[in-house]
Design a protein around this ligand. Structure first.
Ligand code: NAD
Length: 499
């Protein structure tokens, strides 16, 4: 039986009327369990109109009252954690504990959003001139829209709407068509937390919906997370239509392994960060760069048995290391990258292609793969694979290793494993990548810091959440005021200065 999913507009579930739908799979079984309605431009405009209608009232609601909705929403997320995690796993395929991590990371942004009144206070200078005070305020933009990827269906919508709405904006979220049930449920819980109808809307759809958001004059800002080709298109199109845009893209995250590193710990970290969530994370470690032949040989020797013994299982299996991929298409794409690596001469030491889970042969499973002797001229180094595949690129020296992530087209995350403080400090300072881990495999900044990569991993110049997020979702107005007004100076035809 398949469920017909809906949109969530102006506080109500709205049945799609475009006649276009897309199947949502249970990746464990390969069965279609639901249908995502793909909105027409008119249906998207209804979502935008709902947000525009709610904006004046929400922007005028005092910041503390807005924050109270966030406090209540956080409580509801905690109360509904199990239900949300099951829903998430059943459409995405990540294991339940990892789904809880996805929700928890979003919840932490909501916790940050509870304190946003503090960041919106603005600045004040008394006596900036004779009887003159000067102050600035951060005002909300209006209707903001978020377009989100399949791989974090809870965290990434909350990165966006949590900060935008706490700042006084109203929001239209266009989730991934592959797993939209959690974002729809979040919108219901947000209303239950006390948000007025129209403050958060969810419109499901594909390119037609996205293009409507990108071009509608009522949308002031667009936040996007997804693949780089689409991110670049979103940035260019949104900016051409006068919108503020932040668009996060793909990644290729390197781990530099110095000869002095504790290799057992490194292997634990590489296995977790490379294969967790079937590698479908933009911060997955997908390239390991051991420095020196001996480090490389020891690393490979330890990695092989660990990759071979990865437990691939149902998303509901508490003992599974990771579950199925989101769709058969995604799994086949990953298998295609492995084929390409072999064709171009990399050594495939562990081959996850063709893995089947007994009893679930139609599920979208793939085993873990490990490549050695990958070189920078190979496509599997140049491009994002987004699957459970770790590529080892060997380097002779620290300098050679450090150059690899800096030279790559993507610059999302990177990690260095070492006991050498000098090397770590200099690496963190010089590497041309946005988020750096020192003996930390997945350096995802906490909610009160900001998330964002460099180069083709992010278009636009403001990161997600933290103070950067508040800057993105607010505009600064500066007021210069003179009290009392009695002083008579006559007209001045010269620009006012403080000379
Ligand atoms: P995707 O680019 O296919 O889809 C992202 C969103 O864009 C979806 O909502 C989708 O409906 C929409 N979209 C797809 N094609 C479109 C088109 N032609 N025109 C307009 N909109 C379109 O990405 P995905 O497969 O859902 O997610 C995986 C990608 O996201 C990976 O590349 C991953 O690295 C990246 N990602 C990046 C970050 C980050 O913060 N940098 C975080 C998570 C995921």
């Amino acid at each position: 039986m398949t469920t017909d999913l809906h949109h969530f507009i102006n506080g109500a579930k709205i049945v799609g009327t475009s006649g276009r739908t897309l199947g949502v799979f249970n990746p464990n079984t390969g069965e279609v369990t639901a249908k995502t309605p793909l909105a027409s431009a008119d249906e998207v405009r209804a979502g935008i109109a709902s947000a525009a209608g709610a904006f004046p009232g929400w922007a005028a609601t005092n910041p503390q009252r807005r924050a109270r909705v966030m406090f209540e929403f956080k409580r509801l997320l905690e109360d509904n954690m199990d239900e949300l995690a099951e829903m998430l796993s059943s459409e995405h395929g990540k294991v339940i504990a990892d789904s809880k991590g996805d929700i928890q990371r979003g919840l932490e942004v909501i916790e940050f959003a509870c304190g946003i009144p503090h960041l919106q206070k603005g600045e004040f200078t008394e006596g900036a001139g004779p009887d003159i005070d000067m102050y600035s305020m951060r005002q909300p933009l209006g209707v903001c829209a978020g377009i989100t990827p399949f791989n974090f269906p809870a965290m990434i919508p909350m990165w966006m709407f949590g900060v935008a709405i706490a700042c006084g904006n109203t929001f239209v979220c266009k989730p991934s068509e592959k797993d939209p049930s959690v974002p729809l449920r979040l919108a219901e819980l947000f209303m239950e937390a006390g948000a007025p109808a129209g403050v958060l809307n969810v419109v499901n759809g594909d390119k037609e919906a996205v293009d409507t958001l990108l071009t509608d004059p009522q949308v002031e800002a667009i936040s996007f997370v997804g693949s780089s080709m689409i991110a670049e298109y979103i940035y260019a199109t949104g900016a051409a239509h006068g919108k503020r845009v932040q668009a996060m893209g793909g990644a290729k995250n390197h781990a530099i392994i110095m000869p002095d590193a504790d290799l057992d710990r490194v292997v634990d970290d590489l296995i977790g960060a490379g294969y967790g969530s079937a590698g479908e994370r933009c911060m997955a470690l997908s390239v390991a760069v051991p420095v020196g032949k001996e480090t490389g040989d020891r690393l490979i020797e330890k990695l092989i048995p660990r990759v071979e013994s990865l437990k691939v299982g149902l998303s509901t299996d508490v003992d599974a290391d990771y579950g199925p991929m989101v769709t058969a298409e995604q799994r086949d794409k990953v298998a295609g990258w492995i084929d390409r690596g072999v064709e171009q001469g990399a050594d495939l030491l562990v081959d996850g292609r063709g893995f089947e889970l007994q009893g679930y042969e139609d599920g979208f499973f793939i085993g873990g793969s490990l490549f050695d002797n990958v070189t920078p001229d190979m496509d599997i180094w140049k491009e994002e694979i987004f699957g459970p595949v770790l590529s080892v690129v060997r380097a002779e020296t620290f300098e050679e290793a450090a150059e690899l992530p800096s030279a790559h087209q993507y610059g999302n995350g990177v990690a260095i494993f070492t006991r050498d403080g000098d090397a770590a400090r200099s690496f963190a300072s010089k590497v041309n990548v946005g988020m750096v881990g020192i003996n930390v495999p997945i350096p995802v900044p906490l909610a009160y810091h900001s998330f964002g990569g460099w180069k083709r991993s992010a278009f636009g110049d403001t990161n997600q959440h933290g103070t950067e997020g508040v800057k993105f979702y607010t505009k600064v107005k500066t007021v210069t005021s003179r009290w009392p007004t009695g002083l008579k100076e006559g007209s001045s035809f010269v620009i006012p200065t403080m000379k």
